[in-house]
Design a protein around this ligand. Structure first.
Ligand SMILES: [Zn+2]
Length: 260
């Protein structure tokens, strides 16, 4: 492709992509209100130039909330898209490109996701360390219960008890959770690439946003939302395990105050 054309397309993409305000820092995960402009519309959704609404992805469920503007208020029931973020508000929304809106996320749901997601990092790191490098091969983060798939591992009752005991000890330690940008080499010099799943990322990815627990107790490349300190997770409770075949076991958990 001609260089100039390529640059033009890159600029266009950058212009089009919605800015993820919750990605700025761990602190920005705690923001609840924002202002934005509508950049695209269709029958039942609007795309905004910037947003605090987390779109479904990385195993984490979407945020819900409201969009308010001069003359209207709508519930956001679903949020999707990795570059442009579509906010589903239902038919006949009446919004036009260029309209200014105020967004507000449902904080109880978001905070539960932040706690659940940080708990997932904690448990994934512990399982890798305790059980011969068993890896996290999938996860689903919801507000009331979450699940993580590990491979290869089979959990006895004692192993589960030990795992949740250690996880809750870590929660009580209240270590800081921070974010930073690291190069591939930096990450791999601190932690085995099998633990961070760095070995699964395309070699072209040179720098990553990292979520760090304590002083490199855990590192995880991640674009989700997280809490500032482990204590905020609250007590973790094991809900169940399920054999998913081929050495994969699914573990479900909930947190204090999140039970449905
Ligand atoms: Zn994460």
């Amino acid at each position: 492709m001609h260089k100039q054309t390529f640059e033009k397309q890159t600029l266009l993409l950058n212009y089009m992509a919605s800015r993820k305000l919750y990605m700025d820092s761990i602190d920005s995960c705690y923001l609840k209100n924002f202002t934005a402009q509508v950049t695209a519309i269709d029958d039942n959704s609007v795309t905004l130039d910037q947003t605090l609404f987390y779109p479904l992805g990385g195993g984490q469920n979407w945020d819900t909330g409201t969009i308010t503007w001069d003359g209207g208020k709508l519930s956001v029931t679903e949020v999707r898209g990795r570059a442009d973020v579509q906010h589903y508000v239902g038919e006949d929304h009446g919004l036009s490109i260029g309209d200014s809106v105020e967004g507000k996320i449902d904080w109880n749901r978001r905070h539960a996701h932040m706690r659940m997601h940080t708990a997932q990092h904690l448990v994934s790191g512990l399982v890798y360390e305790l059980y011969d490098g068993a890896r996290t091969v999938g996860n689903q983060i919801h507000a009331d219960r979450s699940r993580i798939d590990f491979n290869p591992v089979k959990f006895s009752e004692e192993m589960i008890e030990d795992l949740f005991h250690k996880a809750n000890e870590m929660v009580e330690s209240n270590l800081d959770v921070t974010d930073c940008v690291m190069t591939r080499d930096e990450i791999n010099s601190i932690m085995p690439p099998e633990r961070t799943n760095m070995d699964l990322l395309p070699i072209s990815v040179k720098q990553l946003r990292i979520i760090r627990i304590g002083d490199n107790v855990d590192l995880c490349p991640c674009a989700g939302t997280h809490v500032r300190a482990l204590g905020e997770i609250g007590e973790m409770e094991f809900l169940g395990k399920k054999n998913k075949g081929k050495g994969t076991t699914r573990i479900s958990y909930t947190l204090e105050g999140c039970e449905s």
